[in-house]
Design a binder for this molecule. Structure first.
Ligand code: AHR
Length: 521
């Protein structure tokens, strides 16, 4: 903890120690009648880009003894499955803005190699549309294709929909059949470009020009298939002073009658080596941005021709700051973006999910960036893989898909980071699964020093004494996993709670992420 947070935190440290006969320092109140919205399964989405070793050497490694005849790494497939990936975004990312999908179909040996100017690489095109869509079928994920709204054209995007979804014997449907896929792939989710607001993007545009392109692409793609869902390229980063609010306003205003989602991206990092700032300031920023964009969506909806929902697709999020050296995309790519995650980063994953669940009425999709090797929970070499620290919360939160997110009340000690508003040490979300009568209480204690004794009150229904406990914790915030050494992993146990007045006391250890599974009787 830095000096700025020390004084206030240490005052609270006194308050947080429960003395005999005293009330716990924190209170959480849950009520299954206070529903925010359904936790959409797509909140547990992921992203695979042609970048570094995500596709080649990650998902797909032809001639590897670890790959099947289709080239898919079998060990990676097995590690992906417990993540419950509901929707997989592809082919980028920045890569999408220079990608020609037609290069990636047909017999592999005849496909052209092309320069990838997004990341300064060589693209062999041996993994293309059909391989990606097969992969989605293998892992049970909905495919999400991101069109080239940078250097690409409207008609290329429309033809891609024709290739994947057309049932009649048109030119591109026949090409698909010739390439081995008789029935349509029926791809429902399409992104109208990636980070077009960023000057680093190939074919970067201002908001007006992007909106004009996206509107025409939406029209042409929808005429090809009226059942598809479209995601507009929203703000790619939230730098203070950057005009991300203006970008979103224009995009929403111009595209409000066409789109189903607006995409947002954010990457966080512990650049100041200050744990409580990392998990607190990032959470505050995320909360603020979600609230702003929710307001912007509402404002745009006021002028819709026919009322229709627009949701947030947070289709790139993660911790990413170490494997990011350099200023040009090629310099950044030289790291392979092979971020090694430590224990504290696994807590950041919980912080993200808690925010998404608290906004379950608006965040209807979220895609971790990315799936394998590149800022990823799974890390391979030629001989095998290991699961990074962030793997475990991803797999555990995904079990809450389809639950109802609850508006929990939280009262907990707070701290400040410099001049920011007070930040609660406890970061909480909860979901209810009516069919199994279970409540899942997700609690991040972002105090570096204090265990927090907490009174948990339940309002509707009687809470049972038996609970499941899933906990991420480790004495060293910086410990990482490695090949043959998955030190950071969750502990699980069952607990017998002492229920008094339909509630109980629970101590959330310092720097921990806990998911309590509670049964309503
Ligand atoms: O996920 C890595 C990169 O981050 C993506 O290609 C881009 O969209 C973002 O800037």
């Amino acid at each position: 903890m830095k000096k700025s947070t020390i004084i206030i935190a240490s005052l609270w440290a006194l308050a947080a120690v429960q003395l005999p006969g005293q009330r716990p320092a924190s209170i959480i109140r849950m009520d299954t009648n206070r529903v925010i919205g359904e936790v959409h399964p797509y909140v547990f989405g992921n992203f695979a880009e042609h970048l570094g070793r995500c596709i080649y050497g990650g998902i797909f490694e032809e001639n590897s003894p670890l790959a099947g005849p289709d080239g898919f790494r079998k060990d990676v497939l097995e590690a992906v499955k417990p993540l419950g990936v509901s929707v997989l975004r592809w082919p980028g990312g920045n890569f999408a803005s220079g990608y020609s999908w037609k290069d990636g179909i047909g017999p592999r040996d005849l496909r052209p190699a092309r320069p990838d100017h997004a990341w300064g690489a060589l693209e062999t095109n041996r993994f293309g549309t059909d391989e990606f869509l097969q992969y989605c079928e293998r892992i049970g994920a909905q495919p999400y294709l991101c069109i080239n709204a940078g250097l690409g054209s409207v008609d290329e995007a429309r033809q891609w929909v024709e290739y994947t979804n057309e049932t009649r014997p048109t030119y591109w449907a026949l090409q698909r059949k010739k390439n081995g896929r008789e029935k349509p792939w029926n791809v429902k989710i399409w992104g109208l470009g990636n980070e077009i607001d960023g000057p680093w993007q190939l074919g970067h545009k201002n908001a007006e020009d992007y909106a004009k392109f996206a509107l025409e692409a939406a029209k042409a793609m929808r005429r090809q298939d009226g059942t598809i869902q479209l995601i507009a390229s929203g703000s790619s980063n939230f730098r203070a002073g950057a005009d991300w609010i203006a970008w979103n306003r224009t995009v929403l205003d111009r595209l409000k009658d066409e789109i189903d989602y607006i995409s947002l991206h954010t990457y966080i990092g512990n650049r100041d080596n200050d744990f409580e700032k990392y998990l607190g300031a990032s959470a505050q920023d995320l909360e603020y941005r979600l609230q702003v964009v929710e307001g912007q969506i509402k404002a745009a909806q006021n002028a819709q021709r026919v009322p229709r929902p627009i949701y947030i697709a947070f289709d790139e999020w993660n911790t990413w700051y170490r494997a990011r050296a350099g200023t040009t995309e090629a310099e950044i790519a030289s790291t392979g973006l092979e971020e090694r995650y430590n224990f504290e980063d696994s807590l950041a994953t919980g912080m993200f999910f808690n925010a998404f669940l608290r906004h379950a009425n608006s965040v209807k999709m979220a895609n971790l960036a990315q799936l394998v090797n590149v800022i990823a929970p799974i890390f391979t070499n030629k001989q095998g893989l290991f699961r990074q620290t962030i793997y475990w919360p991803l797999a555990e939160y995904a079990k809450q898909r389809g639950n109802m997110s609850l508006d929990v009340q939280v009262s907990a000690p707070t701290y400040r980071v410099v001049q920011r508003a007070p930040i609660s040490y406890l970061d909480v979300s909860a979901t209810h699964a009516p069919n199994s009568s279970m409540i899942f209480l997700n609690v991040l204690n972002r105090s570096e020093k204090m265990d927090l004794v907490t009174r948990i009150d339940n309002i509707t229904g009687r809470i049972g004494a038996a609970a499941s406990v899933w906990e991420m914790n480790h004495p060293d915030l910086k410990t990482t996993n490695d090949f043959g050494k998955e030190t950071i992993r969750p502990a699980t146990r069952t607990a017998s709670l002492k229920i008094v007045n339909n509630g109980f006391d629970y101590t959330f250890p310092k720097h921990s992420l806990t998911i309590l599974g509670l049964k309503l009787q």
